[in-house]
Design a binder for this molecule. Structure first.
Ligand code: NAP
Length: 270
């Protein structure tokens, strides 16, 4: 297929739904060979099948990105099937929303393992392959508006995403001599499964007391200068821009959050 990414091979972790699925479908539309991924072969295969039905090129690989050996199978699979790895998108992510004083060790570790350690594994495995290829490459990590700010009940999530942003800077410096760019995208609020899971229970008594742990659409509107959620299509556009690599950008975290992190006031009211 022709397009902005024609002939490139991309791995997109966590591409069975949401932002990762959107990225995988769009990269394929732009001509890339895509390796889709999920913790379930069946769910990863669903996205790969959508790509192939639309005339694109994709294979699916089940892998838990918090496991280093699993992440290696994604890179190896891309090279075996398509001959190279040019773009690595470390998108898989998870969250636990709970008061910090009630957070279990297992919950803390699970979020950090997937959101931060998994991103490191993805960067490392991709860079090893790209260095061997000696032709540069693009690594894109998914951070978050919450990597720039704190939010109640989201200790491990905010910490992991802040970590992703600074890891991105660190590895950009380290991999630059190989012309491997490392950038991040920090989305604001996009309606996906993660968003559904992290919403509060609007029926609960303490939902609108401070500190509340959930949010409604109205909370997001009040806190977002562009006055709406972002869309998967808008995230896809940012991802293609970053993946193309013709931007002299590395170590950058691109915010696509409707002004959420630019806004210093509490709320713009209703
Ligand atoms: N939606 C937002 O408002 C928003 C805002 C800022 C940042 N983000 C970030 O964007 C990324 C994508 O989230 P999303 O909103 O698109 O949520 P989503 O629809 O829940 O997608 C999460 C994806 O990650 C996969 N995943 C989770 N744990 C995994 C693991 N250990 N190994 C492999 N895959 C795993 C899931 O696949 P399976 O469940 O099939 O394994 C799924 O494909 C995340 O990093 C998230 O933190 C989202």
């Amino acid at each position: 297929m022709s397009g902005e990414l024609a002939g490139q091979t991309a791995v997109v972790t966590g591409s069975s739904s949401g932002i990762g699925e959107g990225t995988a479908l769009r990269f394929a539309e732009e001509g890339a060979n895509v390796v889709t991924n999920s913790r379930s072969q069946e769910r990863a295969e669903t996205t790969a099948e959508l790509i192939r039905e639309a005339g694109g090129s994709a294979i699916a690989i089940e892998a838990d990105t918090s496991n280093r050996a699993d992440v290696q199978t994604l890179v190896d699979g891309a090279v075996e099937e398509f001959g190279s790895l040019d773009i690595m998108v470390n998108n898989a992510g998870t969250s636990v929303i709970k008061p910090a004083v009630e957070m279990t060790e297992e919950e803390w570790r699970r979020v950090i393992d997937v959101n931060l350690t998994g991103v490191f594994f993805g960067c490392q495995a991709a860079a090893q392959q790209m260095i061997q290829q000696n032709d540069g490459g693009q690594i894109i990590n998914i951070g978050s508006a919450y990597g720039f700010s704190g939010a109640q009940g989201r200790g491990p999530y905010c910490a992991s995403k802040g970590g992703v942003h600074n890891l991105t800077r660190c590895l950009a410096v380290e991999f630059a001599e190989h012309d491997i760019h490392v950038n991040a995208l920090a989305p604001g609020f996009i309606k996906t499964q993660i968003d559904e899971q992290t919403r509060g229970d609007e029926e609960s008594e303490d939902f609108d007391t401070w500190p509340y742990y959930g949010y409604t659409d109205q909370h997001i509107h009040n806190r977002t200068p562009l006055d709406r959620f972002g869309t998967i299509e808008e995230m896809n556009n940012c991802m293609v821009f970053l993946a193309k690599g013709d931007h002299y950008m590395t170590g950058e975290t691109m915010r696509a959050d409707g002004g959420f992190t630019a806004f210093g006031w509490g709320s713009k009211g209703t």
